[in-house]
Structures are given as C-alpha cells and as structure tokens.
Design a protein around this ligand. Structure first.
Ligand code: TXE
Length: 479
C-alpha cells in the first residue's frame, strides 16, 4: 500500500515524485512505498500550518478538548485496523499493538484533551510594589515533531497531542521505517473535525525531510525522540536558531534485583522489561544486576522462562517475540552478539537468528541473555536496542549503584526490593529520569518523562509537555 503526505487536510504525493520502499519486517517483502519528501514538501506543510495557526490558537479550550477527545474515540473505534497496520509495519506482535500501542495513542489524545482545560498559570501579587504579575502561556506557533520507529503511533501522538492541545500547528514526521499508522491518523483527524492545517504529516528520510524540519527558520520548537547521535546532530543544527528543543534519546537502563524482592513478580516483569517489543523500547532494562545470593537461582529460572517464549510471526496471537524492525537493525544487533563473544561474554540463551516457517526472509532473532565478565564491556555500555540483555551478579548496594550509574545514558532504572530505606537511598542516587520500584513501565501520563546525561534534555508528559509547547510571558501591571 502506498501512502501520501497529509498537508492542509488533504493527501498529496511528494512534489518531486520520489518514493522509498517500505519493508514488512515479518517477511522482508516490500509492501508499499512512502514519499521521499524534500524541502519543498516541508515548506508546503509549514505554509499550511502557519496560515492555520492564528485561528487554531484562538479556538476555545473546550473546542480543542472536544476535537482531541473525538480523535481518541475514533482511534479506539479503529483499534483493529491500526493495530494490524502497526504490527505489519514494525514487526511487533499484534497482541502488543492491540493492548498497548494503539490504546496508548488514544490515551495521549484523551489525556491532553483534558489536561489543556486544567492548565493554569501563576499569578503573583507584588505586595509593597502595588503591582500584580501574571503569566501568559502562549502557543509557540508552528512546531516540529519527529518520532522513531519503535513505538510508532504511541510516540508520534505523545508529541502531537500536547502540541495541538496547546494551540500550536504542527509539521510532523514519523520514522520512514514505520510510517503507516501516522498516515492512517490523517483520515481520523479529518473525521474528528480537526481543522485543516493544524496537523501536517510529511514522510521521508531523516537526513533530508527531518533535517528540513529542523533547519526551517520559522519552525520554532522541535520535539524529537530517537537515537542519541541524531539528537546531538539536531541540537547542533537548531542551536544557532535558538530553537526550543525536547530530546528523548537512548537508554541503557539498569534492572537491579535484590534478594529480598517478590521473586515471582520480579521474574515475570523482568521478562517483559527485557524483551517487550523485541527489546526495542528505550526504557527496557537491558542491564540486569542480580544480588549474588540469588544469582544462580535467577539465572536458571530466567533462562528457562525465556526458552519457553515463542518467536514467531507478529500476526499470530500467541507470539511473544515478533520481528526486529529492519534488516540493518537486525545486523546491528547481531554484531553486538559477536562483540559480546569477543569480550568473553557467555551466551546463556539465544544469540541466533530464527527462521519462521513460511516467512524465511523475516528479521527474527532469539531472545538473548549474555553473562558479562565485567560492567565495562561494550555490550554493557552501548545501546543495543534489541532482544538482548546482559546479566551479572553484585555483592553490595554501593557497588551496584556505581555500576548502574557508570554509563553515558540516564533514562530509567528499576529496583526490586522490599527494603524501604534502600529504596529511598537508591532512588535518590540513581542517575535517571525515571526510577521504577517493584514494577516496570507503569506510566501515569501526568508525570514528567525524560532522561538525563546522553538520554536527552527536557521533559514531556503532563503539564511539562504543555509547558514545552508554550512560551511563558510575564505581564506586570502596576496599579
Ligand atoms: O534512529 P534515528 P534510528 C536508538 C537505537 C537505534 C538507534 C538508531 O539505539 O539503534 O537509535 O535508530 C529522524 N534530522 N533509538 O537510526 O535516526 C528519523 O527519520 C531530523 C532509540 O532509526 O534517530 C526518525 O524519524 N530528523 C530511540 C527519527 O529521527 C532525523 C528510538 C529517529 O531516527 C535526522 C529509535 C536528522 N538529521 C532508535 N536523522 C528511543 N529513544 O526510543 C534522522 N531523523
């Protein structure tokens, strides 16, 4: 199926009529083409957004809220269609797309549709100066949203929904690897009555289409989720134009398991935090540290459970591990397994490609556990972003804390323990934007989301996102 750009409420071919093949990860086949948009397509999207901006920013909060909630309802009504498209495009199990990705995209619109009606600003009476100060939270204008391939609609809408709710108009680009659900979203927005030009979706490569959004002098803010190297590049391009930036980048998150945890709960969740979405979630706990006392027991149980997981075609209801997103990504992940062997890592399970009968050209890899000899090795330091985790034992709280923090990233961390004091000590000291205790990826959309160090700058989620997508203006009135 071929897809088109969505500009000013209509679907368009790219101006230069250049196209990119879209591959299905489950069988390796090309199943459609997507626009290879140029600067001119981005400019057209910008013009549509710019000309709609004043009107959209003047709509009442109730009206904006109503439309966002309507988009949410329509996504829910089209759950099966969106989940099938997302699974085919990305390789993720359809069960996951149905239970998590598409419902979350719907929640993003509902949440920000409601949040905007509660978004209050401060006022201060300046006693003694006979003045009152208040803060206006004004939309920025035209903003850019660039999203990755791992949670396509989930992350695309996580940016778009608050941007629109705050009164901005948007030029957005989903990943060229997984454009399908963003394409379908255009139809839903029209049906929900979103005025044309509020959301414009341009498809294409990062280095050209994405770059044109970042370089555009009048797109004043960029919300980006993707790789750390790309984030650094975007920051360099945007800095001379003083753009507002929110960068959600990579992670190499520690999953720290103490002997006093609820073992069964920990084991079940650790399987998920290691391999959900084939390990292609920036929040996955890819470095597992286990207290020495229970290390051997954990190793045996964990590996046994993993061996029982089914790697298979994403459309089969009982598939646990689907296909990796692309051939180059599969190659990258496999290369890390080779690196692990060179570094004297022990492959406890997995490590090989999987041939799924009938889909021999799909990009499947066994869930892989590597026992590492030390925490400094590359597989323990670099983001692999696949179904690969490392494990190693630790003796004390201090040593594990040091190892947990000894990476360039700082997105999330998980601790398993029933010791309250230890929970408090560790949570305070872990270098991460999110710390989960006795759970993983439990999200409340009101909370700030983002990372420290090479995991990014800025926070999204809740009012943080609405703050990012608005400029604060102080008005001081002397009376
Ligand atoms: O991401 P890119 P890639 C990590 C993961 C993965 C690595 C690279 O380790 O292996 O990043 O993945 C657009 N100007 N994560 O190459 O390139 C691009 O088109 C503007 C972690 O797929 O960062 C896409 O829409 N935009 C991550 C988006 O940026 C540009 C999720 C992300 O692509 C651009 C994905 C440019 N110059 C990968 N270059 C997470 N944190 O969840 C690319 N893009």
């Amino acid at each position: 199926m071929n897809i088109q750009n969505y500009i000013n409420g209509k679907f368009h071919n790219p101006i230069e009529n250049n196209w990119i093949d879209n591959h299905c990860p489950a069988n390796g086949e090309v199943y459609g083409q997507i626009p290879n948009s140029t600067k001119v397509d981005v400019e057209n999207a910008y013009i549509a957004a710019k000309s709609t901006f004043p009107l959209w920013s003047q709509t009442t909060l109730e009206e904006r809220s109503r439309i966002l909630i309507r988009i949410s309802e329509l996504l829910e009504a089209n759950l099966d269609r969106f989940a099938a498209a997302e699974s085919k495009d990305n390789g993720k199990p359809i069960s996951l797309a149905k239970a998590v990705d598409i419902p979350r995209a719907a929640s993003n619109f509902r949440f920000f549709g409601n949040a905007i009606t509660q978004f209050a600003s401060e006022s201060h009476e300046s006693i003694g100066q006979q003045a009152v100060n208040y803060t206006l939270r004004q939309p920025i204008g035209v903003v850019g949203c660039i999203s990755p391939w791992n949670l396509p609609l989930y992350l695309f809408t996580w940016k778009i929904a608050p941007a629109i709710a705050a009164g901005n108009c948007v030029v957005a680009k989903p990943s060229e690897v997984t454009p399908m659900s963003a394409y379908l979203l255009g139809e839903i927005c029209n049906e929900a009555g979103l005025p044309k030009g509020v959301l414009n979706i341009v498809h294409g490569l990062g280095g050209s289409t994405g770059q044109a959004i970042v370089e555009h002098p009048d797109i004043k803010a960029i919300s980006f989720t993707g790789g750390t190297a790309t984030g650094a590049h975007i920051a360099r391009v945007a800095a001379p134009m003083f753009k507002k930036l929110s960068l959600e980048l990579g992670g190499k998150n520690p999953n720290i398991i103490f002997a006093d945890c609820d073992y069964e709960d920990m084991l079940n969740t650790t399987i998920r935090s290691s391999f959900a979405n084939q390990g292609q979630i920036c929040l996955c706990g890819s470095r597992i540290f286990v207290e020495e006392k229970i290390y051997e027991q954990f190793k045996t149980d964990f590996v046994a459970r993993i061996k029982a997981l089914k790697t298979g075609h994403p459309s089969e209801a009982d598939t646990n591990i689907g296909a990796l997103v692309s051939k180059p990504h599969l190659e990258k992940v496999k290369e890390y397994i080779n690196i692990a062997k060179e570094e004297n890592g022990i492959i406890l399970c997995g490590g090989n490609e999987v041939t799924v009968a009938g889909y021999e050209n799909g990009y499947y890899l066994e869930p892989t556990v590597i026992e590492v000899p030390n925490d400094d090795c590359r597989v323990n330091q670099e983001e692999i972003f696949g179904p690969v985790v490392t494990i190693m034992p630790f003796k004390t709280e201090d040593t594990v804390l040091q190892m947990a923090n000894k990476v360039k990233y700082g997105l999330s961390a998980t601790i398993w323990t029933n010791d309250l004091k230890r929970t408090m000590r560790m949570s305070n000291q872990l270098q991460a934007g999110i710390v989960w205790v006795n759970t993983w990826m439990m999200r409340d959309l009101r909370t700030p989301f983002g990372g420290v160090k090479a995991s990014g700058v800025g926070r999204e989620g809740g009012f943080e996102a609405l703050r990012f997508f608005t400029e604060a203006k102080n008005v001081c009135i002397k009376y």
